[in-house]
Design a protein around this ligand. Structure first.
Ligand SMILES: *Cc1c(COP(=O)(O)O)cnc(C)c1O
Length: 225
């Protein structure tokens, strides 16, 4: 299979998962995670109609933005350090990996006011693994309240990375994130319509559990470079 076939297959699986859950497949956006993938293979996903690209490192994203057509939506999925906030704010349209109120504030303050605000997602760690980045579940509402006042960054939802252990373990995590989102939106009055969850091994269960953004790398690019 080439990259275009793999994109078609991922799209079919997203559509099937959405139908199983009684959801509109158009409510799920496919973000092709292109970290470590060269421009030639990325052009193939663009030719297949993908407009959303995910990267986890600033210099790599800067280089690719120069090489690739305009009009794409660039998603930051990697950890954001506060000393890189201005570069992240310049390069990316969507940041999935905001893990604290202070990162939200740094990004918003550094966004060019002439541009649309960054669309931000709060990364939540539900695994409790020490090295993992992300806000803990009991900290979500505080960050949402504080990010709601930030200019230059508009908080649109929550993101998580499932623990290892297969799709059914991932499903629990995704269902929990969705419930936490519902609760935080009600408690704060701040709508959080987006749920970024699901990667190559678990994007179908993520769609069944309400993902609006799936971040897929290997299922599209494995073997493409
Ligand atoms: C690499 C990465 C992905 C894509 O992972 P695959 O398993 O290749 O689909 C998604 N989200 C984040 C945060 C990543 O770092």
């Amino acid at each position: 299979m080439d990259v275009a076939d793999r994109v078609a297959s991922v799209r079919e699986r997203i559509t099937a998962a959405a139908s199983r859950a009684g959801r509109d497949p158009a409510s799920v956006r496919l973000v092709a995670v292109t970290k470590g993938v060269e421009a030639a293979a990325i052009r193939e996903v663009i030719a297949a109609g993908v407009r959303d690209l995910g990267e986890n490192r600033v210099p790599e994203a800067v280089r690719k933005r120069e090489e690739l057509p305009k009009g794409l939506t660039w998603h930051m999925v990697g950890h954001v350090q506060s000393n890189k906030a201005s570069r992240v704010a310049a390069v990316f349209d969507v940041v999935h990996s905001i893990d604290s109120a202070s990162i939200a504030a740094h990004l918003g303050a550094r966004r060019d006011p002439e541009r649309d605000p960054i669309a931000g997602l709060l990364e939540v760690d539900l695994t409790g693994i020490a090295q993992r980045t992300g806000t803990r579940a009991d900290g979500i509402e505080d960050v949402v309240r504080s990010a709601a006042g930030v200019v230059g960054m508009h908080l649109v939802g929550l993101m998580t990375i499932a623990p290892q252990g297969g799709p059914e373990r991932a499903r629990e995590c995704f269902a929990t994130l969705r419930a936490l989102r519902d609760r935080a939106a009600t408690a704060t009055g701040w709508p959080l319509p987006e749920l970024s969850m699901g990667m190559s091994d678990d994007y179908e269960v993520a769609v069944e559990e309400g993902a609006t953004l799936v971040r897929v790398g290997r299922a599209i690019f494995a073997g493409a470079d």
